[in-house]
Design a protein around this ligand. Sequence first.
Ligand SMILES: [Zn+2]
Ligand SMILES: [Zn+2]
Length: 381
Amino acid sequence: MRPLPCSLAPLPDETLTGFVLRLAHRLGTTPAEIALRTGLAPGGRPGLPTRFPLSFQHHLDDAHLTGFARATYLTPTEVTDMLLAPLGQRYGPLDPVFTPRNTPARMIYDDPWVLTRSTRYCPPCLAGNVTPIQDRHGGPWQRLWRLPVIFLCVRHRRLLSHQCLGCDMRAQSARTASALARISDDALNPRQCRSAQVRSASTEQPAAACGADLTQQGPLHEEPDPATMKVLLHVQRHLANLIAVGGPETTMSAGAPVPVWHYFADLRTVVAMIFRTWPEARPYSSTPPWPPRSTRNTPPAPRRPSPCSRPPARRRPPSLTPRRRRTPWPWAQSWTSRPSSSQQRSRMKRESSWPRLCSGCAMTTARSASTCVALPGSRRQ
Ligand SMILES: [Zn+2]
Ligand SMILES: [Zn+2]
């Protein structure tokens, strides 16, 4: 793999796709050209790639890792730190030991606990820190924005955005199974929306990207009131501190100290229980309902139907009777039975017989989590 003429230093917590966008912008070329020249063309096929595989965000094998590092003058460690897989050491939903997803591809495809096909973002962070390099190419598209448990920028005290207000498309989403939209477009700054403009007729080609500057967009909804924001900041600081490298090894869950990965296992279970039994948990909320009732239906509104709009008849009451489901779900059991070894955790995965719940809407219908419309990571986004 021949090194590129020049490269960039990765920014803190930058994703691989964000780095490719900035590097392509610096070299005045397309992300497809960067992928080809750094060995990230899918399948090693000749010619410019038409997509950037979703799995490359999560994991690179040794050949891809060393090839990309050599071409971009980075160390393998620097490249690894741009991937999502290392977050699994502290964030259980990305750790293959604690899920039945045993391949890198299965770890991210249709996993509602990692945002694979789009990302959240903080506009001020994306604008950069006013250094010359970030003024030209933007700030980092951060890895943590890909985790649903990161919903707020503590530095700028604002909820993360998730879509472009110019076209209503989710940020960095592509219509195909690609981690980058318009991979052959060399005209866009990494801060711009890459979604194709909506076609006005079936025969009309979407010739141009939306191109909206994502750093200049305001919040999607009215910001929470100060009391609510104070609670959200406290929760976000706690979760971010647990995921951060060098964070605590254990934390409290259900009155007992547990490893950090176990905490997120518990959190996933509790969230599913809350959704499934809603509104039973509403009295225990530390914050009032949000967004305010007066702004819930004001544009711009999400195009997908809200899970709350589903007919109540389809919601099932909680059942204590285990039911059959297709794949094991170890997270459900981990809340009540804490594995003490890898063997126990493996046995727990095999023997788990809890009902299959959608983590987005907590329904046990035939609709699976992979097709639920309630989650950003769902197939329908
Ligand atoms: Zn920010
Ligand atoms: Zn847009």
